[in-house]
Design a protein around this ligand. Sequence first.
Ligand SMILES: Nc1ncnc2c1ncn2[C@@H]1O[C@H](COP(=O)(O)OP(=O)(O)OP(=O)(O)O)[C@@H](O)[C@H]1O
Length: 229
Amino acid sequence: MRKQPVLELSGIDRTYGQGETLLTILKNAGLNLYEGETVALVAPSGTGKSTLLHIAGLLEHPTSGQVVIGGQDCTALSEEGRTAMRRSHIGFVYQFHHLLPEFSALENIMMPQMIAGLSIPEAKERAKALLDYMRIGHRAEHRPAELSGGEQQRVAIARAVANAPLLLLADEPTGNLDPETAAYVFSALEALVRQSGLAALIATHNHELAQRMDRCVTIVDGQVVDLKL
Ligand SMILES: Nc1ncnc2c1ncn2[C@@H]1O[C@H](COP(=O)(O)OP(=O)(O)OP(=O)(O)O)[C@@H](O)[C@H]1O
C-alpha cells in the first residue's frame, strides 16, 4: 500500500522586512514527507532551515503557500486550530532541551500527555516506558539540572514523542553536544523514530549523522532540493 504523506509543503514563500530591507528566505519551496520517512535538512547557516521547520511546525506563517499535515490543510486554521494540531500531531526537539527546570524528567514527559487529556497513571506509564527506551529509566526522578547534556536531550526527545505525533521536527538536536555524545543521542533518536514509524525532519550540520537518514535535502535559492552527501 502506498504510504500517506504526513507533511506537504507547497509554494512556500517567506520574506522578512519590506522595501530596501526585504529579505526573501524561502521562494516557492516545496517538501513532502511520508509515513515513517526520515529526512535530514542540511544547509549552510542562514539559508532558512529554522524558518522551514517553524513553518512546517505551525509556529510561523509563510508569507504565502500551503501547509498540509496528516491530510489536513492548515493554511487557514485559526490560532486555536494550529495549537491543537501542534499538540496532537507534531513533536519538536531543539538544540537546547527546553525542559521545565522545576520538574523531574518523568514529569516533563508526562506533562504534554496530561495536557492532551491522559490520566496521571496513563501518562506515567508511557513516560516510564520512553525513559527506559532511551536508557535513562534510572534518571526518572532527577531534574534537568541534575542530568548531563546527553541525558537532557534524550528526555527532550522522549517528551517530543510522548503524544505519539505524526511528525517530529528537530532543529540541530545534537548541535550542543560533543561528537561522541551527539552520535549516541542521534542513534537513540533514530531508533525511536524508526520504532514508532513517525515521519521526521531533522536539521543538522553533521553530515555523518545526516547520511543515516532515508533522504537528505538542502535549501538552494529559497527552494528545497535533494542533496547527495
Ligand atoms: N524575524 C526575522 N526578521 C528578519 N529576518 C529574520 C527573522 N528570522 C530569521 N531571519 C533571517 O532569515 C534567515 C534565515 O534564518 P534561519 O534561522 O531560518 O536560518 P538557518 O538556516 O536555520 O540558520 P542557522 O543554521 O544559523 O540556525 C537569516 O538570514 C535570518 O537572519
